[in-house]
Design a protein around this ligand. Structure first.
Ligand SMILES: Cc1cc2nc3c(=O)[nH]c(=O)nc-3n(C[C@H](O)[C@H](O)[C@H](O)COP(=O)(O)O)c2cc1C
Length: 313
């Protein structure tokens, strides 16, 4: 049996020129390419699917162990394993023709040229994708990734280059592993980004006391799940206070209250990540209960929540 499909409240949100049927998206790296969801999950109900990061060449990622459970979360060091842009275009884009949900392609690269080439290849073929999320915040690769997202000039330069190449949505995905996320966000905004998304994973480490060994091959990995929700909320709120473009919030979302809190902090949309590993249908459940929340609290639409938190000082 499919999950519930009765949606009454106005859950629509707009980012740039794109209208999304609801603000609940699934996060990069936690929902594959959007084509592998189990039978019982109706992906067309999601606001959007963000694909795992695509690189120019196929990547096997880091050696195992590359995932470990931690208190209220997990650490991963997948290292951007993916099939590469050529095969992605060949195999995945045709499947999207049959989907009605919006597809956001997440791109990663080791230098500006790699990001540019991937986007040029994507733009050279006709496809139904709604936009791009640019991963400038991956903590699990030696070169590129987070290098861009911790530096204002590099963020601006990359955003500018990509902006010229596409009229589709351009979303820059920010790292929490910085001292000042707002200045990185402003660099993206001033260089033409339509939105920023935050947060990627928080650098973390896990050790086995008995063996004395690291639990992750690369020593450090990216912490995700409920453990990082307070970090994500603070970063979204700081960005909301200073940026004019929409913010897509994420980090530890597992239920509707989490979504409401992220929207109150300033998110226009949110992404559900690690929670998909426990239940790939969680996005649908959250859509249904967000609908009830909006109705029960006498709000007209989901957009009423955005930035509505009452701070005490
Ligand atoms: C196993 C795993 C793989 C991920 N892979 C990617 C990726 O390829 N690209 C990316 O931008 N973010 C990636 N992320 C980060 C998530 O998209 C998200 O930013 C982060 O996990 C915080 O959300 P969450 O706490 O709900 O998981 C990955 C996260 C996990 C747990």
């Amino acid at each position: 049996m499919k999950r519930g499909i009765l949606v009454l409240a106005d859950l629509k949100i707009t980012i740039g020129s794109e209208v999304f049927q609801n603000p609940i998206w699934v996060a990069s790296g936690t929902f594959g390419y959007g084509t592998e969801a189990p039978e019982l999950v109706d992906v067309n109900r999601l606001g959007a699917i963000v694909t795992k990061s695509i690189t120019r060449k196929p990547r096997e990622g880091n050696p195992p162990p590359r995932i470990v459970e931690t208190p209220s979360g997990m650490i991963n060091s997948i290292g951007l394993a993916n099939i590469g842009v050529k095969k992605y275009i060949q195999d995945m884009l045709p499947i999207y023709e049959n989907l009605t949900t919006k597809i956001i392609v997440n791109i990663a690269g080791t230098d500006v040229q790699e990001y540019v080439e991937i986007m040029e290849m994507m733009e050279s073929v006709s496809s139904v994708i709604a936009g791009y999320e640019i991963n400038i915040s991956c903590p699990n690769v030696k070169k590129g990734g987070m290098e861009f997202g911790v530096d204002c000039d590099m963020t601006a330069k990359l955003t500018e280059k990509l902006r010229i190449l596409t009229e589709r949505l351009l979303i820059m995905k920010l790292s929490p592993n910085v001292s000042d996320i707002v200045s990185i966000g402003l660099s993206a905004e001033n260089a033409g980004a339509d939105a920023v998304s935050a947060i990627n994973t928080v650098v973390g480490m896990s050790i086995d006391a008995e063996s004395g060994s690291s639990n992750i091959f690369t020593t450090y990995g990216g912490l995700s799940g409920p453990a990082i929700k307070p970090v994500g909320l603070a970063m979204v709120h700081k960005l909301y206070n200073k940026l004019s473009i929409p913010i897509i919030g994420m980090g530890g979302i597992v239920n509707t209250d989490d979504v409401v809190e992220y929207m109150m902090a300033g998110s226009t949309a949110v992404q559900v990540g690690t929670a998909n590993y426990r239940d790939p249908g969680i996005g649908e459940d959250i859509i249904d209960s967000l609908d009830s929340f909006i109705n029960q609290t006498n709000r007209k639409s989901a957009t009423d929540l955005i930035g509505s938190v009452r701070t005490l000082s």
